[in-house]
Design a protein around this ligand. Structure first.
Ligand SMILES: [Zn+2]
Length: 818
């Protein structure tokens, strides 16, 4: 114990207006019980090396592979199938010799014998699509109609590649082995570091019906269109055999696709020729190389106009698209797209598409003009016309501010059967309008939020992970969590009145639930993907930015991460290390608590008591004690006696009095004064100075007791309310918990009288129980819901645009039998 602390303990005693100090609430750390929440993460993270260093940067010998593709693909609309020839050039930039290459065949994951299909559990957690029960349900699971549709689609179709032929540059067939959704290609001779090899894969497959299978791609059929037999929208992704990633930290990334953990890919250059019916409009990754072959003169003029337009310009108008979808053609056209330095390639095609575009003048040297474009059928309606392309531009503005200039020439949003999915330069987004009998189209606020939110989210993915190429198969949070954090930033900057559900309060129910695993869990093993990989990491990063680091430190570090790793392959350790290095703040406790455990935040303020400086001066202290005695409420029994008219002995006998009737027990004598003067004389000069100043200032000393019920250590955000009505906020850094993570005490010294204390008044830390955040405790208002509200009756889900036209009706009177 150091000396200044001893002085404090000697001279401070409790004011009698509060009960005596008890430390019952303070959990004492005992041997074996101590948990070091601030233990350094280096013990868990991989050892830094020449490929990725201790600062979280690409190392001096960082390398990555490059794979170039040249593909000629033909869409057979009637058969709903694709057939293609592709030439792959693989550049081995690693220092290692490769005897074989692994190639991903994602279409094969829909084959009945794939690991993905074989391991679909019945009614279990993590089923994509309609889930029939939750983990806590005791009743047996049923089979949903969606599940039946899927089973029936599989029974009637042959998913997976129906043709795979691999040949070398001279046309000789190469040796290969297909293992589920992967193919091992045995090279004729080992490929040394620095060498390249070229080979061909011819392939074909039937396109899946997205609504039946939920494959992140596929066709959607519109049977009600005027054209005989209806029309389709085709969304093509994971469509061509792609060489698996080979990295410094995992070698071949050949963990098979199970349907959840997405795609880990290499950057490369693409040259893709797409042959489709001549009346189709194609939207694709890349730049259109042959506009003269596929676009009309008018369309090209409109595209030119769109470059500098204030609002999106239609390249294909609603009327033209409607006219187009009435007929068909047996002619074909070939659209040729080239894309440089992309890690994947996706496209879509339909005669239903209208197409609008607007130039985003972002400036800079790399790509001063980016074309933001949207493609959608009439079913997209006004919702798409008004917001899709504008949301693309807004995303580019916000995301680039946090990272780097958007480096590609186009950014596109395509409406189709996929709720939301991202690829380089192109995204698939699902929201639609609703058609009514009165021949109008309307949409709900929920659908509006969905459209703006999903476009921001999916376009945002072009930055993370399409450019900052994290390993999606392993860590969903690195793309979904980081992207959800930024889409929340962009959403709030769009219109904060739309409920975006990215606030700390939006994760509290999940964080106190039992169905969860740490964020650092491989994608396919995560229990609840939405809250685990999207909301929780997004909220964590929000808290890191707004509460722990502040915007200035966070934004610098985050931008540093984005710029270090654009076009490269970061791991979680690279992110953790960069954020810590660039902010200059030890965040190991934060990464550990939020990403490696399932602890939650619940900080309780258990007690506040007041200390008073014992001045030792009898003329001050005795008087104070007298006042405190007088402040005590009178005895009820004495009051009752008085009320009954009982006369006191001393009042009845006023003639008998003594010294003690004139002087109370707090009277000061020179005996005390002498003792006090002697005490002062014995103090060292600095001790006397400190005591006299404290007596003069007469401050209030409050001790606050906190306990950490959730386990996650966090800063303690406090709001003090004083008796004069003023308020003051204070943030105590998380390090207060470092020696005692379960309970701490904190001294507050103030001139004012404290009335109440609140923990986390803005609900910024995702504290799961706000009831214990007040001292004194308060009644927390809550709503009693008499009827369980149905999902589509939530305010945000109502089609108010349509319902507003409803006429007043008389209620139907029910007849009861007499
Ligand atoms: Zn996403």
């Amino acid at each position: 114990m150091n000396f200044s602390l001893r002085v404090l303990l000697l001279t401070l005693t409790i004011s009698s207006s509060f009960s005596q100090i008890v430390s019952a609430n303070v959990v004492q750390q005992t041997k074996g019980d101590f948990e070091d929440k601030f233990r350094q993460l280096d013990e868990i993270l991989p050892t830094p090396n020449v490929y990725r260093n201790a600062a979280g940067e690409p190392g001096v010998q960082y390398w990555q592979q490059k794979v170039d593709y040249k593909i000629d693909v033909v869409l057979d609309e009637d058969k709903r199938s694709l057939s293609a020839k592709q030439v792959i050039t693989y550049h081995n930039n690693s220092p290692y010799k490769l005897k074989y290459l692994w190639i991903q065949l994602e279409q094969n994951r829909f084959k009945p014998d794939s690991i993905a299909e074989k391991t679909v559990t019945f009614g279990g957690i993590g089923r994509r699509g309609p889930s029939t029960r939750s983990a806590s349900d005791s009743k047996p699971a049923g089979i949903s109609l969606g599940e039946l549709r899927r089973q029936q689609f599989y029974a009637d179709n042959n998913p997976g590649y129906k043709k795979i032929v691999v040949t070398d540059a001279s046309g000789e067939e190469l040796n290969y082995v297909i293992n589920g959704a992967q193919l091992r290609l045995d090279l004729a001779k080992p490929l040394a570091g620095g060498e390249s090899t070229t080979f061909n894969i011819d392939f074909a497959f039937d396109i899946l019906e997205e609504d039946a299978v939920r494959a992140r791609a596929g066709y959607e059929h519109f049977p009600d269109d005027k054209r005989k037999g209806g029309n389709d929208i085709f969304l093509l992704a994971q469509w061509y055999p792609r060489v698996a990633a080979y990295s410094d930290y995992e070698a071949w990334h050949n963990k098979e696709f199970l349907g959840r953990g997405e795609f880990t890919l290499e950057f490369g250059d693409y040259d893709v020729s797409i042959t489709v019916p001549a009346d189709h409009i194609v939207s694709s990754t890349g730049t259109l190389e042959n506009p003269d072959d596929v676009l009309t003169k008018v369309q090209k003029e409109r595209l030119e106009k769109a470059k500098t337009a204030k609002r999106p310009v239609f390249i294909v108008t609603a009327e033209e698209a409607l006219e187009n979808e009435k007929a068909g053609t047996s002619k074909t056209k070939t659209w040729r797209f080239k894309a440089e330095n992309v890690r994947d390639f996706a496209w879509s095609s339909s005669r239903k598409f209208m197409w609008d575009a607007k130039g985003h003048q972002q400036g800079g040297d790399e790509m001063p003009l980016v074309m933001a474009m949207s493609f959608y059928p009439k079913e997209g309606g006004d919702l798409w016309k008004k917001y899709s392309t504008e949301a693309v531009v807004h995303t580019l503005e916000v995301y680039s501010r946090f990272s780097f200039d958007y480096p590609y020439p186009v950014a596109q949003s395509v409406n189709g059967p996929v709720g939301g999915m991202e690829y380089p330069m192109i995204t698939f987004n699902g929201p639609r309008t609703k058609w009514h009998k009165d021949k109008t189209r309307t949409y709900t606020l929920k659908e509006k939020r969905f459209l703006i939110g999903v476009v921001i989210h999916e376009i945002g993915h072009i930055y993370f992970p399409m450019l900052v190429n994290s390993d999606e198969r392993q860590w969903t949070w690195m793309d979904e969590g980081i992207n959800s954090f930024l889409d929340g930033v962009a959403g709030r900057e769009w219109d904060p009145n739309i409920p975006w559900q990215v606030e700390p309060r939006d994760i509290v129910d999940y964080m106190k639930s039992n169905v969860q695993v740490p964020i650092m869990t491989q994608s396919d093993s995560v229990l609840k993907l939405g809250p685990n990989a999207y909301t929780k990491p997004a909220v964590a990063l929000n808290i890191l930015r707004e509460v722990i680091l502040g915007r200035e430190l966070f934004d610098f570090a985050f931008k540093e991460y984005a710029q270090r790793w654009v076009y490269k392959r970061p791991t979680p350790a690279d992110f953790f290390r960069t954020m810590e290095e660039a902010s200059g703040v030890d965040l190991d406790w934060f990464w550990y608590g939020w990403f490696y455990t399932t602890d939650h935040v619940d900080i309780s303020i258990d007690k506040v008591y007041k200390l008073r400086l014992d001045t030792q001066n009898p003329d001050i202290d005795f008087d104070r004690r007298r006042k405190e005695e007088l402040d005590k409420p009178p005895s009820r029994f004495v009051e009752t006696n008085k009320a009954e008219g009982r006369e006191l002995w001393i009042d009845k006998n006023p003639d008998i009095r003594d010294f003690y009737d004139e002087n109370d027990r707090f009277i000061v004598t020179n005996k005390e004064r002498n003792k006090y003067q002697q005490m002062l004389a014995d103090l060292k000069p600095w001790e006397r100075e400190a005591l006299e100043r404290a007596v003069k200032e007469d401050k209030n000393y409050y001790v606050m007791e906190f306990s950490n019920l959730g386990g996650l250590v966090m800063p303690i955000l406090l709001r003090y309310t004083y008796t004069d009505g003023t308020q003051e906020d204070e943030m105590i850094p998380a390090e207060i918990w470092r020696r005692s993570p379960k309970a701490v005490q904190k001294l507050l010294v103030t001139d004012k009288e404290l009335k109440s204390v609140e923990v986390d008044p803005g609900w910024e830390t995702a504290d799961v129980d706000v009831e214990n955040n007040h001292y004194p405790r308060q009644i927390i208002p809550s709503r009693i819901e008499s009827f369980k509200s149905k999902k589509d009756e939530r305010p945000v889900a109502r089609d108010i645009m349509h319902d507003i036209k409803t006429k007043v009706e008389k209620p139907k009177v029910k007849e009861y039998k007499k």
